[in-house]
Write a protein that binds this ligand. Structure first.
Ligand SMILES: [Zn+2]
Length: 238
């Protein structure tokens, strides 16, 4: 067995750890959560617009109700005067009666306006109820996804801890002088520094070496460092 063999074991663990770290960084549930947060922001914007509209309608309705209250008071006072017996002049009485009738007509018009506003309010209330229900649904979805994310992260973290402790055990078998090149190649070659040569094929890049090169390598001791002529990885031979 060549002295590079122990590095291959470390490489397997490092590759596994890299894959787990990649899975952790790209968990689909995380982008689903971002999608839900965007939807929540959209619903909140629409809710704010509906609330503004509802506020306007409520204020209009309140203004009309205030006007009705003040007109009713005026009509009541005029009627009180009318029936108090304090006014006896027929022309004045007539004027008072006309005044009361005119105020009552005005109140009736305002009540019609108020009805119109109440009709306008109904669809706004319905839209608000729909949005609130949608918001509740999204809140529940966000909660569910957050819990799933936490569970997925915990699973991967546990797996990663196991792989790292196995890697550390394997690393203790590697001769010290092999590390600098392993670390350098790993950072240059996308995480894979060492590969086995199977037949004429490098398992790092899956390309075949030239017959001349294979012939040359076969004549060397397995402990001699040899690099794949295609990808530059250290080749481990039996
Ligand atoms: Zn290669």
């Amino acid at each position: 067995m060549s002295r590079w063999e122990s590095l291959l074991v470390v490489q397997d663990h490092d590759t596994r750890a890299d894959q787990l770290a990649h899975r952790l960084a790209t968990l689909p549930v995380r982008s689903q959560l971002t999608g839900v947060a965007d939807q929540i922001a959209d619903v909140d914007r629409r809710l704010a617009a509906v609330d503004d509209r509802k506020g306007e309608l409520s204020r209009s309705q309140q203004r009309l109700e205030d006007e009705i209250a003040s007109l009713s008071e005026r009509a009541d006072q005029a009627e009180k005067q009318l029936y108090s017996g304090s006014v006896s002049n027929p022309r004045e009485l007539q004027a008072l009666q006309d005044d009361v009738a005119s105020i009552r007509r005005r109140i009736s018009q305002i009540e019609d306006d108020e009805l119109e506003i109440m009709e306008l309010t109904e669809p706004v209330d319905a839209e608000r109820a729909t949005l609130v229900a949608e918001r509740d649904r999204l809140d529940a979805e966000q909660q569910r996804l957050s819990e799933q994310l936490a569970a997925d992260e915990a699973d991967i973290a546990a797996e990663l801890a196991t792989v790292r402790s196995e890697r550390d055990a394997a690393a203790s078998e590697v001769p010290d002088d092999l590390w600098p090149e392993y670390d350098a190649l790993r950072s240059q070659l996308g995480g894979v520094a060492v590969a086995r040569l199977v037949g004429t094929t490098c398992q790092g890049c899956h390309l075949s070496l030239s017959a001349v090169e294979v012939d040359r390598i076969r004549k060397l001791s397995p402990d001699e460092p040899v690099h794949c002529e295609e990808c530059g990885r250290l080749l481990v031979r039996d």
